[in-house]
Design a protein around this ligand. Structure first.
Ligand SMILES: NC(=O)NC(NC(N)=O)C(=O)[O-]
Ligand SMILES: [Zn+2]
Ligand SMILES: [Zn+2]
Length: 464
């Protein structure tokens, strides 16, 4: 009997784990049903011809800030997930800030899930938060299916009484003991509050407020000290740890050594630390402001080196959007501007452009960092993260010869600023499929904006 597929992607250069093979992909009921040469078609199969294009596993972006509930005028699930889909992402993880309330208890998680429900183009997981005073909420958050817990060691910014707060050392230590007992994982923003706050107060008092001054208040040592402290707690508590947006090779090396010693830890970096440096912070202004800050050109090169050596676990966007006026208002100093880069839509194209086209790294490494390793680290590997028969048909077509210059009108963000505007990319995402559904094409834009599902995690594994 002839196999029947709902959809066949023909003639693509399929990025498998460790090799690229020219194959057809047969999709049935949202799953990858077959991989083979010249898959036979039936009259009811739809066909996409991927000749000359890469077919990659859809990106899994473990770090975005969509601001619902309440702060959807900064970015909501609709616009944010549309941007991700346009960039080749098929699953993302929403951070427990900067919505209001932050996702630090079960009631707030319910509000977050309600805001997302029916409004996401692609699948998603939700982070809970660890903050001073919510130790007793962690168990219920874990039971409700959060992917893990996020904490800040430095002040996350934002306004208002109920805002997300950084942890003190005791909350961190007790929280990690608890999360370890729950079988969970802690994601950590690792910058020393003591170092950054004192340097920032000095700068303010002395009237130093340029981009360079901002970077000087958040030196690599602030990251290294925070990483070292958290590794110690991980060793003592047994808590699994994921370091978000690491900006220096030295911190990556420290985390890598800890891994070799047997600690269950992982490191993420972001495209902006790989594509941009401190001179962009000065030339572009606050659209390129983030914490940790962009580093020197020398640091950027070192980060590529450790990435090519396989010492980085994953790359995520840390899309932290805001209304453009919070970046560019007349008279706003670099220190006062919102800290966070809008980049969700560009991660895959940036990583392919700079990593593969410019630096000649294997496309399989990019697929590992953007899809396979995040899926494995966060318990999604039985459904997501690689092009394997039986897994969800989460796929992205990328044309390596379709060059374009990124313009504000290309962006699906609610607020169309990004440090990458004006950049000429050597490739373009031409189609994104989530569970076999075409959610985006370069020709038609976002064609399905609401079919995404919340993937709940229990004890480190996907439950549905
Ligand atoms: N409140 C934030 O969204 N902060 C984010 N901002 C950055 N990275 O500049 C982050 O992840 O730390
Ligand atoms: Zn952070
Ligand atoms: Zn973030």
């Amino acid at each position: 009997m002839k196999n029947s597929y709902d959809l066949v992607i023909k003639n693509g250069n399929v990025v498998l784990s460790g090799e690229v093979v020219r194959l057809d992909i047969g999709i049935l009921e949202g799953k990858i049903a077959a991989l083979g040469e010249n898959l036979s078609l039936t009259s009811d199969s739809n066909v996409i011809d991927a000749e000359g294009q890469y077919v990659l596993p859809g990106m899994i972006d473990m770090h975005v800030h969509f601001n619902e509930p309440t702060m959807g005028h900064w970015e909501g699930f609709r616009s944010g997930s549309a941007a991700l889909a346009a960039g080749g992402c098929t699953t993302y993880a929403d951070m427990p800030l900067n919505g209001n309330p932050p996702t630090v208890n079960e009631a707030a998680l319910k509000l977050k899930a309600e805001a997302a429900y029916g409004n996401s183009a692609i699948d998603y997981v939700l982070w809970g938060g660890l903050v001073p005073g919510n130790l007793d909420d962690l168990e219920a958050l874990a039971a409700a299916g959060v992917t893990g817990f996020k904490a800040f060691l430095s002040n996350p910014g934002g306004e208002g009484e109920g805002r997300f707060r950084e942890v003190d050392d005791n909350t961190l230590y007790q929280g990690m003991k608890k999360i370890a007992a729950l079988g969970g994982i802690l994601a950590l923003h690792a910058e020393s509050e003591d170092i950054t706050a004192v340097l920032s107060a000095d700068a303010e008092r002395e009237g130093r407020n340029t981009a360079g001054d901002f970077a000087a208040c958040r030196p690599p040592e602030a990251e290294l000290e925070a990483v070292a402290r958290a590794l110690l707690y991980s060793e003592r508590t047994g808590c699994r740890l994921h370091f978000v947006h690491i900006s220096t090779a030295a911190a990556i090396e420290m985390i890598h050594s800890a891994k070799l010693r047997g600690l269950d830890v992982s490191a993420e970096t972001c495209p902006h630390y790989l594509l941009l440096n401190e001179t962009h912070m000065e030339s572009l202004g606050p659209v390129a402001k983030c914490a940790p800050p962009l580093r020197s050109e020398e640091e950027r090169e070192k980060l590529w080196k450790v990435l090519s050596e396989g010492k980085i676990d994953l790359v995520a966007s840390d899309h932290s959007p805001c209304p453009t006026e919070l970046k560019l208002k007349e008279g706003l100093s670099f220190f006062e501007a919102w800290g966070g880069i809008s980049g969700a839509q560009s991660s895959l194209e940036l990583m392919f452009h700079e990593g593969v086209a410019v630096r000649g790294l294997p496309v399989t490494l990019i697929a590992k960092l953007l899809a396979e390793l995040p899926a494995k680290r966060f318990g999604m590997q039985d459904r997501k993260g690689s092009i394997t028969v039986g897994l969800d048909a989460d796929l992205v077509l990328l044309d390596p010869n379709r060059s374009y210059r990124l313009e504000p009108e290309d962006l699906f963000y609610r607020h169309k600023h990004s440090p990458y505007i004006g950049l000429t990319l050597s490739c373009e995402v031409t189609a994104t499929l989530c569970r076999g559904n075409i959610v985006y094409t370069a020709e038609d834009g976002v064609v399905s904006g609401d079919g995404g599902q919340w993937l709940q995690i229990k004890e480190g594994q996907l439950i549905r």
